[in-house]
Design a protein around this ligand. Structure first.
Ligand SMILES: NC(=O)c1ccc[n+]([C@@H]2O[C@H](COP(=O)([O-])OP(=O)(O)OC[C@H]3O[C@@H](n4cnc5c(N)ncnc54)[C@H](OP(=O)(O)O)[C@@H]3O)[C@@H](O)[C@H]2O)c1
Length: 278
C-alpha cells in the first residue's frame, strides 16, 4: 500500500496546537510537496489564522470546526470538496485525554473523549474513503498513540479510545487493499504539546518527563507519509518502538514499570491518594 502520486491536497485536524500545528508547518514547507494546499482545522480561529499567515496565501487554508459535532464534520468535508478536486491526504490528529481513576471519570468527560478521539476519527475516515476510493488514491493517517497498544493507569478511557483507532486501521487496511487508498496509524510516545495541560487534573508537569520534541516526532511522521504508510502501526521514534517491544516480549518487566509509574503518577503527579495495592 504505497502512495506514489504527489501530495497536493491535505486536511489536518487539530492544527491549532502541538503535533497538528507542527504537521501543517512541515507539510506546507516540504520541498517534496511544493504544490501542497493544506486545510488546517481546529476550534481556535486566531491560532489557525496565525499559522496560515506563516505561508504564502492559499498554502494553508484555515477552517474553524468543532469536529465532535457531526454537522460540522459534514460542513468541513463539503468545504474541502468545493476547493479540492481530489483529496490526497487526511491526518486525523485532533485528540484529547483525561487523567483520573477510571471509575471516577465523569460521564461527560467520557462522552467528549469518545466523540473526539473515536467517533470523529471513524466518521472523517469514512468520508475520506468515500472521496478517495473513486479517485483510486489517497492516504489516511491517524495520529494514534503507543497507548493504542499498551495500558496506562489513570488514562484508561483515552487508552481504550486509541486501541479503538488502532483496531479500525488494522481492519480497514484489508478492505482497502488494492484500492490505492492507504490507511495507517502513527503511534508516538509522550511528545511536547498542550496535551497534558488540556487534560488537566492538576498535573505537576505540563509537558511530561522524557517528552520528545514535537519537531522530531512530526518529521518522522512526514517521512512515513512520503513513503506512503508501509504498515498499519508506525512508531515515529525509538521510544514507542521500545515500549511496544518490551511490553510484548517481556510483559512481566512492563508490569513492573507500570506499577512504579502508577505510584509516581498517582502520588506525585496527580495527587491521588493510594488506599490499597489493588
Ligand atoms: N502529546 C503527546 O504526548 C501525544 C502522544 C501520543 C499521541 N498523541 C496524540 O496526538 C494528537 C495531537 O495531540 P497533541 O499532543 O498535539 O495535543 P494538543 O497540543 O492539545 O492539540 C490538540 C489539538 O486538537 C484540537 N481539538 C481538540 N478538541 C477539538 C474539537 N472538539 N474539535 C476540533 N479540534 C479539537 C485542538 O484545537 P482547538 O482546541 O483549537 O480545537 C488542538 O489543535 C492527539 O490525537 C493525541 O492523542 C499525543
Amino acid at each position: 500500500m504505497t502512495h506514489k502520486a504527489p501530495i497536493r491536497t491535505a486536511i489536518v485536524t487539530g492544527a491549532s496546537a502541538g503535533i497538528g500545528r507542527e504537521l501543517v508547518r512541515q507539510l506546507a514547507s516540504h520541498p517534496k510537496m511544493a504544490e501542497i494546499q493544506v486545510i488546517a482545522t481546529a476550534r481556535r480561529a486566531d491560532r489557525l489564522d496565525s499559522l496560515a499567515a506563516e505561508f504564502p496565501a492559499g498554502r494553508v487554508l484555515p477552517y474553524v470546526a468543532d469536529i465532535t459535532d457531526p454537522a460540522q464534520r459534514q460542513a468541513l468535508m463539503s468545504w474541502a470538496r468545493e476547493r479540492f478536486e481530489t483529496l490526497d491526504l487526511i491526518v486525523n490528529n485532533a485528540g484529547a485525554g483525561t487523567y483520573a481513576e477510571f471509575e471516577k471519570t465523569p460521564a461527560e468527560a467520557v462522552r467528549n473523549l469518545i466523540a473526539l478521539d473515536v467517533e470523529a476519527v471513524i466518521d472523517l475516515t469514512a468520508r475520506a474513503i468515500d472521496w478517495m476510493k473513486p479517485a483510486g488514491h489517497g492516504q489516511i493517517v491517524q495520529v494514534s498513540s503507543i497507548l493504542g497498544e499498551v495500558g496506562l493507569p489513570y488514562s484508561a478511557v483515552y487508552v481504550a479510545a486509541k486501541h479503538a483507532v488502532n483496531g479500525l486501521v488494522k481492519s480497514i487496511r484489508y478492505e482497502l487493499a488494492g484500492s490505492g487508498v492507504s490507511v495507517w496509524a502513527a503511534c508516538p510516545a509522550q511528545t511536547v504539546s498542550e496535551f497534558r495541560a488540556v487534560a488537566g487534573s492538576g498535573r505537576t508537569n505540563d509537558v511530561g518527563r522524557g517528552a520528545e520534541p514535537t519537531e522530531k516526532v512530526v518529521a518522522s511522521i512526514v517521512r512515513e507519509i512520503l513513503r506512503g504508510g508501509r504498515r498499519a502501526l508506525y512508531y515515529p521514534t525509538w521510544q514507542p518502538w521500545a515500549i511496544s517491544h518490551v511490553a510484548w516480549a517481556a510483559p512481566w518487566a512492563w508490569d513492573r514499570i507500570m506499577k512504579r509509574y502508577r505510584k509516581t503518577a498517582a502520588e506525585e503527579d496527580l495527587g491521588i491518594q493510594e488506599t490499597s495495592s489493588r
